[in-house]
Ligand binder design. Structure first.
Ligand SMILES: C[S@@+](CC[C@H](N)C(=O)[O-])C[C@H]1O[C@@H](n2cnc3c(N)ncnc32)[C@H](O)[C@@H]1O
Length: 244
């Protein structure tokens, strides 16, 4: 997958792309991330990228000319048909695993546009942006952390994105449920043991326990998910411990 990041701070992006499993995926070519500095497209001698807001008020707004030129350059790097432009914005819908899955299957490169200051000139959003995505209902200095979130979440889902694809199955937010509790060695830690079933070696019982725990945890930790995706008849049967 090809992703082009438009930012005033490319130096925030590169170290993250060189680290851990994401770093390995980048080295393998699973994902190809290019970073472009929006400031390189400022037409004036002093490379201004921001200006005071029309109508007054605090802060500065990112000027449209460098943004439009940067986006055009990003499209050119994406080849025929250009890219799908996402503006990271606290005003967009919050990113979900469902949207991450859809984006990972997109047949176009992604262009991630990162704002700073008070945000970007509205005309860029109207004319050049295909989609706005927020990473949560809070405000950051800039969109770069959001871009990194999108890059990492998508890369995990790509073929070769993780060493063992089984680790993607049954994860939190797969089908609107959170994952069951996980344990590892030692079997006794600070006086706490491990649920017997997990060391029983009985695969069917382990699967049933995990399914039930995933449902109980979702009800306990994320009742909003149960409201959004109500329990199915099969899930109620699992919760009640009834056999099929
Ligand atoms: C300080 S914010 C601007 C906020 C803007 N004045 C508003 O109230 O909607 C600067 C930039 O950070 C990014 N940003 C801030 N919070 C974000 C969030 N929750 N999700 C994604 N991007 C965010 C956006 O790119 C935004 O243009």
């Amino acid at each position: 997958m090809h992703i082009v990041v438009c930012t005033l701070f490319p130096e925030l992006i590169s170290p993250f792309l060189a680290t851990g499993l994401l770093g390995k995926a980048v080295a393998r070519g699973t994902v190809n991330v290019e970073t472009i500095n929006i400031r390189d497209f400022a037409p004036d001698r002093h490379h201004h990228v921001d200006d005071v807001p029309y109508g007054g008020g605090p802060g500065m707004v990112m000027k449209p000319e460098p943004l439009a030129a940067c986006i055009r350059d990003a499209h050119a790097r994406c080849g025929e048909g250009g890219g799908h432009v996402i503006y990271l914005s606290p005003q967009g819908p919050s990113l979900t695993q469902k949207r991450v899955v859809e984006l990972s299957n997109l047949d176009k490169p992604l262009i991630l546009l990162n704002g700073r200051y008070e945000g970007i000139d509205e005309r860029i959003i109207e004319r050049h942006v295909h989609e706005e995505i927020s990473i949560g209902d809070y405000v950051l200095y800039g969109g770069e952390l959001g871009s990194l979130v999108i890059i990492e979440a998508i890369t995990r889902l790509l073929p070769d994105g993780v060493g063992n694809r089984d680790s993607l199955a049954e994860e939190s937010h797969d089908h609107g449920r959170v994952e069951y509790p996980q344990y590892t060695r030692p079997p006794e830690f600070e006086g706490q043991g491990v649920p017997e079933v997990l060391i029983s070696g009985h695969h069917a019982q382990i699967a049933a326990w995990r399914h039930r725990m995933s449902l109980l945890r979702t009800m306990q930790k994320r009742p909003d998910l149960i409201e959004k995706f109500p329990l199915t008849a099969d899930e109620i049967r699992v919760l009640e411990g009834r056999k099929k």
